[in-house]
Ligand binder design. Structure first.
Ligand SMILES: Cc1ncc(COP(=O)(O)O)c(C=O)c1O
Length: 399
């Protein structure tokens, strides 16, 4: 039998999906599993998007341009302008989800051995895409005790080597829900400028900022316009993860030209997805406000509930729809598996993502889990009850 690639063997298993077989086993036994583990919103997709899907009337479902349909990019230009992100259609390349945007950005900007600095915990798939491109991720731990604020910028500087090529941030953050302040963004800008690095800024959760403070995009930062590569996606904001549409936005022409080589090799982003995404950009303010309010209420409900459970602690996430919470357990991987495999309360259990998968520093995240508040409040309430009962019964409880 031929051997498979070392690169594949080195790919981390998704911390979010690796417990799926245990969840399936629990469900097969008739146990109701509350999914706090995955960022799959339960909110209905906007009506305008569903209507566009229903009324697709084409003779040929053809390839679209490799950079994406022009009318979609034109609408995106207007959408970004609402956030004071001033770009032209040429600055936008449509991708197959934000996932492909990350992957192509790494491929186009980094050589094997080049290093990316990322605060951790971080979105786990960055590690997988870095391995695919041969780039090396170096993480700088942020701490739950500081609410996962940007670690001191000196910690980044200490890790700079001749191979350091980029900084990556996710803002608002998955998994922590942290939202970088203007001061933090300016510190990042100064670092990027000083060492002439790329700044990959994943802003797929920009619609979900709960602080009322002005949202700071990497593309607002002056003096590093050619360093910024913005990652975007319609998946979360319109609850349409399945249409697989994202984008790379950059003012850097050389980067765009390089990205386009990968775009042309994969021929086209999804045609149907682009038609739906284009229609989604007409989603009413009312829908967006309702969704926002719903997430805000869920956040308050979940965090309040978590902080009432003895031994649990969660900072208040300022954006996105996740939190990383500290639990009184010896090993969050073992605890999450145990909840699915060995525990049920009144026929129900919970699935959470052990936070270890969001860190690369060994040992970090062992008493933390990531939870997504993508369930309605009633289900969140039941999930919290199950969590409290599970913590009472878990043999590896620490406090
Ligand atoms: C931070 C972040 N970036 C990118 C993505 C990728 O999203 P998609 O490929 O669905 O656009 C996700 C999905 O969960 C995410 O959380």
């Amino acid at each position: 039998m031929p051997s498979i690639s070392q690169r594949g063997i080195g790919m981390p298993a998704s911390p979010i999906r690796k417990l799926v077989p245990l969840a399936n086993k629990a469900k097969a036994k008739g146990v109701k599993v509350y999914h706090l583990n995955i960022g799959q919103p339960d909110i209905p997709t906007p009506e305008v998007a569903m209507e566009a899907l229903k009324h697709i009337d084409r003779k040929v479902l053809e390839y679209s341009p490799s950079e994406g349909i022009l009318t979609l990019r034109e609408k995106l230009v207007k959408y970004y302008a609402k956030f004071n992100i001033i770009v032209g259609t040429d600055d936008i390349i449509v991708t197959t989800g934000g996932s492909e945007a990350v992957s192509f950005s790494f491929m186009a900007c980094l050589d094997p051995g080049d290093e990316i600095l990322i605060p951790e915990p971080a979105y786990a798939n960055y590690m997988a895409f870095a391995i695919s491109s041969g780039a090396v991720i170096k993480t700088i731990p942020s701490s739950i005790n500081e609410g996962f604020a940007l670690p001191p910028i000196e910690r980044f500087e200490e890790l700079i080597t001749p191979r350091t090529k980029a900084v990556m941030i996710c803002n608002p953050n998955n998994p922590t829900g942290y939202l970088y302040t203007r001061k933090e963004m300016e510190q990042i800008r100064d670092l990027v400028k000083k060492y002439d690095l790329f700044l990959f800024s994943d802003e797929v959760y920009r619609e979900f900022c709960y602080t009322g403070a002005p949202y700071i995009s990497a593309l607002h930062l002056q003096g590093i316009e050619n360093n910024v590569v913005l990652i975007d996606s319609v998946s979360k904001r319109y609850s349409e993860c399945g249409i697989r549409i994202g984008a790379i936005i950059t003012k850097n022409r050389q980067v765009r030209e390089n990205v386009m080589k990968w775009c042309q090799a994969r021929l086209s982003p999804p045609l149907i997805g682009q038609i739906i995404a284009e229609a989604s950009l007409d989603t009413s303010e009312e829908y967006m406000l309702n969704v926002y309010t719903e997430y805000l209420e869920r956040r308050n409900f979940l965090i309040d509930g978590l902080n009432r459970i003895p031994g649990c602690y969660s900072p208040i996430p300022m954006g996105a729809f996740y939190t990383v919470a500290k639990l009184p357990v010896d090993d969050s991987d073992a605890f999450c598996a145990w909840c699915l495999d060995r525990f049920e309360y009144e026929g129900q259990t919970i699935m959470m993502a052990p936070a270890t998968g969001f860190y690369t520093t060994p040992g970090l995240g062992r008493n933390e889990v990531r939870m997504a508040y993508v369930l309605n409040k009633e289900d969140l309430g039941k999930a919290l009850t199950v969590l409290a009962k599970a913590l009472e019964a878990y043999p590896g409880r620490t406090e």
